[in-house]
Design a protein around this ligand. Structure first.
Ligand code: FMN
Length: 404
């Protein structure tokens, strides 16, 4: 069936590019319903879009051409995706604050489908903290923001703020619309980030895990239809929208949070880097320099993954991570078996562009049937998708008999 892309056009210079965008979407077979702000009509005539899409353009929320329906609700319900291009600074602010005073923003509140926005404006407007804060707020809510391109701008400045070419926007639309919902109905438990073991009230032991990999997995699993619980150590990342977030501090806290939820999970993905040791004693008052060097005696913390592996039920799929240096795959195979895992994501943390605190990762996926897949260097959100693909494959094979 033909999918409807609702295209909201804002009042910026780049509105003229939206005509080419509408045309390309029509050529790709989408039913395109254009909504324009009053200000957008100062730049491009609605007739242009009407001729390209063969559909009446809606500008006035109160026009209500069909008495049998309320236009902004009917349009929102038809949308497979709501695209706003160009998204002006003004539209971004209104969307971020839930203001609904025109056809574009009113429809945006009623839409259940994914929302994609393509900001375009003068570089100083784009860099203004108000605009950046509004964009961050929208991203947290799950809105997909297509970053503007850099180059000469219509205002005469050179910088970031150009609407990307229509082909690039169409590519994002197609990628979003072709996302699988193959985890629908499943409960996915993800752990992320480091844990922190206190020495005294101001000092602690921890590690450099940023939580980016686990957060990317949680977000990707949610997008693919799962109910997601994210148990996270202290990180400075915004939680993905639509995910239940449980904040923890120590490895014992993380163990307690996971143990309380593991029985509900169909899939457990342990992407956290819990501290393996903790001080045997936590001082209740700050150790002073004048007291001399403290004798720090450490003891092992609980091995969350191994403990969960012991409780694993047949219908559950468990995924672990191994940060290894040197001969990583051989060490990881042994860990896969020892911890009763279905899949192990191995990264060689001796490489600069993989592992902790970077946006990319180069991993090898090992599964319990002996499968081994070395992935190229990829952004972490892409690695997240590949891990989930592997989980889906393992679960499908398990349900449908042995793999081919
Ligand atoms: C010539 C001209 C070009 C403009 N270009 C942009 C632009 O590229 N991006 C933007 O955010 N605002 C731009 N503006 C300002 C918006 O038109 C203005 O903020 C307006 O209120 C936006 O209305 P809308 O968001 O309802 O479409 C421009 C204004 C003029 C007069």
């Amino acid at each position: 069936m033909q999918q409807t892309v609702v295209l909201g056009v804002g009042g910026g210079i780049a509105a003229y590019k939206s005509a080419a965008l509408a045309s390309q979407l029509v050529k790709r077979g989408y039913d395109v319903q254009v909504l324009m702000t009053e200000h957008a009509t100062r730049f491009v005539q609605p007739l242009t879009f009407q001729a390209l899409t063969k559909r009446a353009v809606i500008v006035d929320t109160f026009a209500e051409p069909d008495p049998g329906e309320i236009a902004h609700i009917a349009v929102a319900d038809r949308a497979a995706l709501f695209l706003i291009a160009p998204a002006t600074a003004n539209l971004i602010a209104k969307l971020a604050h839930g203001i609904a005073d025109d056809m574009v923003t009113t429809t945006a509140l009623a839409v259940q489908a994914p929302v994609v926005i393509a900001p375009a404006m003068n570089v100083h407007m784009y860099e203004h903290p108000a605009v950046q804060e509004n964009l961050a707020r929208l991203r947290r809510r799950g809105v997909i923001v297509i970053d503007p391109a850099s180059g000469p701008l219509a205002c005469g400045y050179t910088g970031t703020g150009r609407l990307p070419e229509p082909e690039e926007i169409v590519a994002v639309v197609e990628a979003v619309l072709s996302r699988p919902s193959d985890l629908a109905g499943l409960s996915v438990l993800v752990t992320a980030g480091p844990t922190v073991e206190d020495i005294d009230p101001v000092r602690f032991l921890s590690n450099g895990s940023s939580g980016k990999m686990g957060y990317a997995i949680a977000e990707a699993a949610r997008t693919r239809g799962a109910r997601v619980t994210l148990v996270s150590g202290p990180v400075s990342l915004a939680p993905p929208a639509g995910v239940e977030l449980v904040r923890v501090r120590s490895t014992q806290d993380m163990y307690d949070a996971v143990a309380a939820r593991i029985h509900q999970a169909d899939v457990y993905i342990s992407a956290a880097a819990p501290a393996d040791f903790r001080p045997r004693e936590r001082l209740s008052t700050k150790w002073k320099k004048g007291d001399g060097v403290p004798a720090l005696v450490l003891e092992p913390t609980v091995d969350i993954l191994a403990e969960m592996g012991r409780r694993k039920k047949a219908h559950q799929t468990f995924v672990g991570f191994a940060a290894e240096t040197g001969d990583a795959v051989a060490k990881a195979r042994e860990k896969l078996a020892r911890k009763n895992l279905d899949l192990l994501v191995v990264n060689d943390v001796s490489q600069k562009d993989a592992g902790f605190a970077v946006d990319t990762n180069r991993v090898t996926l090992l599964d319990k049937r002996g499968g081994e897949q070395a992935l190229p260097l990829l952004p972490k959100h892409e690695v997240a998708e590949r891990i989930l693909d592997a989980v889906v494959r393992l679960r499908t094979d398990a349900d449908g008999g042995p793999p081919a």
